[in-house]
Design a binder for this molecule. Structure first.
Ligand code: SAH
Length: 460
């Protein structure tokens, strides 16, 4: 089909009706069939927009005035935390957000996965869908000789100084603000990505909600952190919850936040947190779920779908610090976990020991390489759990699963589109997707987490 030539021009204002919401939370208005994407509007609403960008086939607009409001709309305070905080769905009632996410999942399961008769449950949401994140990682800049830290303006590298995020735990907001102020008063220079000069690139705060332990990470371009001792002293005095202060060095010109070298400046190498009854040690570089309350909901669902009797061998692919592995180890004969970040595997081993769990074994490496080796060496699983990053499972891993034939696969996904793609591959390889349960790990944002129960079809 030929792409529609734009019937509108840049900067033109026009009155439109909004029809739909895309997966990234933009409303869609059509002008003679030509779609314009507009942030902050909702289906069923009408309003005036200004065209901001015109491409072949589609364009973008900015909402200037709203005429008819959607019943799902809620009012949003006009503060910078709301304006720039990356909370694309904050103008939708929480009920509306959950419906939006369920629809997302349903749509890709049928369109990309081409799966029918899969039971898709309503999204499990939070009671208080605000101030939930246990981690923040903020870029640092400079303005009028002072350090600023917060969010990038959309589609730019300009930093907006924000002391609060409406989705971060108050302790995390407070830590970021304190470290920014301490470093600013001591005259630490912000890193400037244009010139690749300056010192402080990012500040990270991590908080164990169940233990009250705080970790602060300062990420610098330079190997040296000026005024190190004063920084440590002042962080300890302003943030009494701090248990670990870490310095990470990233000398490269890159968007990747952390560099290769990590040093503990003060306190422990890790902080601790509990999910259910299990205690976890978390180090600076390891992945750990950011919404502790909903993590428990997610893992309980994964455990329910695994339906273990105590006799099973389980493989947990993409295991991080062994969170799901140790959850499952309590109900399985043996669990094998594999993860690409070596520090996370060290944490996983430490976590098994910490909890007196002796039936879990961990390996550092790529899931798509280690699991085929295990399979060759005669290790097979009754239940295989995968929890890959957004790009989904590697083909080689899916092929190994199809050959190994575990009776059950539990797929935990942070991207429904790649989940749907992978479910199709498993379906063609002899599996059937039984149920899909979305869990809202990231309220106010467009992200949705999903867990799927997949069974080997009889005769395979
Ligand atoms: N299951 C864990 C971690 C999930 S996040 C939890 O719930 O906490 C996905 C993890 O996959 C990350 O820890 C990431 O480091 C890891 N990872 C990314 N690519 C990988 C690969 N090819 N093989 C193994 N692990 C990988």
């Amino acid at each position: 089909m030929a792409k529609i030539q734009a019937p509108v021009g840049k900067n033109q204002t026009l009155e439109v009706q909004f029809e739909d919401l895309t997966h990234d939370g933009n409303a869609v208005a059509k002008v003679d069939g030509y779609p314009l994407f507009v942030a902050g509007a909702l289906p069923g609403e009408t309003g005036r927009i200004q065209v901001t960008k015109v491409n072949k086939g589609y364009g973008f607009g900015r909402l200037i005035e709203l005429f008819e409001r959607s019943p799902y709309r809620v009012d949003v305070p006009a503060s910078e935390a709301y304006k720039y905080g990356g909370t694309q769905l904050q103008h939708i009632s929480y009920e509306g957000q959950l419906q939006f996410k369920e629809k997302q999942v349903r749509e890709v399961i049928t369109r990309i996965g081409k799966l029918e008769d899969v039971k898709i449950h309503p999204v499990l949401g939070m009671e208080e869908p605000w101030y939930y994140r246990n981690k923040a990682q903020v870029p640092v800049g400079e303005k009028n000789g002072k350090l600023i830290a917060g969010f990038f303006k959309p589609r730019s590298h300009e930093i907006v100084d924000t002391n609060e995020s409406i989705i971060q735990l108050p302790q995390v907001n407070e830590a970021i603000q304190a470290v920014k102020e301490i470093c600013s008063e001591l005259g630490i220079k912000a890193y400037d990505e244009a010139t690749h000069k300056g010192t402080l690139r990012h500040i990270t705060a991590r908080y164990g909600k169940t233990t009250g332990e705080l970790m602060v990470i300062l990420i610098t371009r330079t190997a040296n952190l000026p005024h190190k001792d004063k920084i440590i002293e002042q962080i300890i005095s302003r943030l009494p919850d701090v248990k670990s202060i870490v310095h990470n060095i990233n000398t490269k010109r890159t968007n990747v936040i952390m560099g290769e070298t990590t040093k503990v400046l003060w306190g422990n190498e890790v902080i601790y947190d509990y999910i259910g009854d299990i205690q976890f040690a978390i180090s600076a570089r390891s992945f750990y779920q950011v919404n502790p309350d909903q993590t428990k909901v997610l893992y309980d669902k994964a455990l329910e779908y695994a339906d273990l009797s105590g006799e099973e061998t389980v493989i947990d692919a993409y295991c991080g610090i062994g969170t799901i592995s140790l959850f499952l180890a309590q109900k399985a004969k043996k669990v094998y976990g594999v993860e690409i970040v070596p520090e996370a595997i060290e944490d996983a081993r430490r976590n098994a020991e910490l909890n007196g769990i002796t039936n879990a074994e961990f390996a550092a490496g790529k899931a798509e390489e280690v699991i085929p080796e295990w399979y060759k060496a005669g290790i097979t699983a009754d239940v295989l759990v995968v929890d890959p990053p957004r790009k989904g499972c590697d083909e080689a891993l899916l092929q190994t699963i199809i050959n190994m034939k575990p009776k059950k696969v539990v797929y935990v996904s942070c991207n429904p589109a790649t989940l749907a793609r992978d479910l199709r591959i498993l379906e063609d390889g002899g599996y059937k997707t039984m149920e899909v349960q979305p869990v809202d790990m990231f309220p106010q944002t467009t992200h949705v987490e999903t867990v799927a129960k997949i069974m080997l079809k009889e005769g395979n």
